[in-house]
Ligand binder design. Structure first.
Ligand SMILES: [Fe+2]
Ligand SMILES: [Fe+2]
Length: 420
């Protein structure tokens, strides 16, 4: 049963499933989780939320001030049994519950993907037949994506990375929708704008329905005519969408402009940076990131780190500031990048093959004192970070003339010698 309690009454072992206030006013990226560590507990209690919602069927129930057994109304028997168990066994129980929740998140995400495939197949077929897009059905999918992202952002993205050749365009559309929603949430956008960003992602490649599948999946080089057909998809999609009722401006914009580049070398118009809107710039980032991390007929899937490393190095393609915001939103950064931490330190992003979603960095420089410090290996946790990555830093601006050589020295463990 769900109950609202005061933050100061929260205890370790409780299953937290909501907070008083907006999604952004609490420091956790997951809105539902079992409270396992003292550090989590302190963050909940210090978060300033007006109340916390717990579910005592999934975790510890309400405990009175002395920490004695829970109030009678809160499922007394199972909760008191839980309380009497030794700590280790409670830990195992929490882990099992977390796993069960992850499993159910996965099942729900898979069901959402198959629902959205059906809707998109129909929407894209309608476009082929010259009909308008049925916005109510498409919007319902976006609302489902928003709900799933709020609950468990990575689950849906993990499932969507595995794309079959035949269904690529549909799955890619749902993936770009998810990335846009996730980024919009990270940027603090409200519900209406988040939904528009999601719709823009879902519909950005609608114009591909005007391009032959054989061309879209072709392994070899495209002929001039095929190339032109592909390059026409933003404009074709835009024309179809603009004839459909109730299409938000963001969706029209992203559909038409997601292949424009900041240096003006994109298509279809070769727009200069100042003529490309924020949402279209974000569309370009999400689109390319998903394409690179997907397996295609002509290439293997790149890892998220490989994709972002490449994208960061492509001068003139993306809005670099927005690309960095995107990295923060998915919690993945290119290895070798210089970043600034919330703790006023500069750090080198390290490789973290084991768990790419938890970046590891080597903090080595205090920005306030402008001094090298003894290097410290820091793991940036998803939700409970003591520290976080707040900005990309330019090595040259900090006087690190030969950044590559410095990276090598840091990796060799010569950190303190850098000060010399
Ligand atoms: Fe496209
Ligand atoms: Fe695309």
């Amino acid at each position: 049963m769900q109950r609202q309690i005061r933050p100061e009454d929260v205890r370790l072992g409780m299953y937290v499933c909501g907070f008083g206030g907006s999604w952004f006013s609490h420091p956790f990226w997951r809105a539902k989780f079992v409270l396992k560590t003292q550090h989590d507990l302190e963050r909940v209690q210090g978060s300033g939320v007006s109340y916390v919602v717990i579910d005592d069927a999934l975790g510890l129930g309400i405990v009175d001030q002395a920490g004695s057994p829970p109030v009678a109304a809160a499922r007394p028997v199972p909760v008191s049994i839980r309380l009497q168990r030794p700590e280790r066994s409670a830990q195992v129980q929490w882990d099992e519950r977390e796993k069960a929740l992850e499993r159910s998140d996965k099942q729900q995400a898979k069901a959402l993907v198959s629902r959205s495939m059906k809707v998109l197949r129909t929407a894209f077929a309608d476009v082929r037949l010259g009909r308008a897009v049925r916005m109510d059905e498409v919007t319902a999918i976006v609302d489902d994506v928003v709900g799933t992202v709020d609950r468990s952002p990575r689950t849906l993205l993990e499932i969507l990375r595995l794309k079959s050749k035949n269904e690529y365009t549909y799955l890619h559309s749902v993936a770009v929708c998810t990335l846009m929603v996730n980024a919009a949430r990270h940027m603090g956008k409200g519900a209406a704008e988040t939904r528009d960003y999601g719709l823009a992602g879902l519909l950005h490649d609608l114009g591909k329905m005007g391009v032959d599948d054989a061309i879209l999946n072709k392994e070899g080089k495209l002929t001039e005519a095929e190339f032109l057909a592909v390059r026409n998809h933003p404009e074709h999609g835009y024309q179809v969408l603009s004839q459909s009722p109730n299409i938000p401006e963001a969706a029209l914009d992203v559909c038409r402009h997601h292949h424009e580049k900041m240096d003006g070398s994109g298509y279809p118009f070769g727009l200069p940076a100042e003529a490309i809107s924020l949402v279209a710039r974000l569309g370009a980032v999400c689109d390319v990131y998903d394409a690179l991390t997907s397996e295609r007929a002509y290439k293997n899937a790149w890892s998220p780190v490989e994709a972002l490393t490449a994208m960061w190095s492509w001068q003139g393609h993306f809005d670099q500031g927005l690309l960095f915001t995107f990295m923060q939103s998915i919690g993945v950064f290119p290895a070798g990048m210089l970043v600034q931490l919330r703790s006023n330190r500069l750090a080198l992003v390290l490789e973290n093959k084991r768990r790419a979603s938890r970046p590891r960095v080597l903090a080595f420089y205090a920005t306030r004192d402008r001094q090298f410090i003894a290097p410290e290996d820091v793991t940036i946790q998803d939700n409970l970070a003591n520290d976080s990555i707040v900005a990309a830093a330019d090595p040259a601006e900090w006087g690190f003339a030969d950044w590559d050589a410095m990276v090598e020295r840091l990796l060799r463990g010569d950190g303190p010698a850098l000060a010399a």
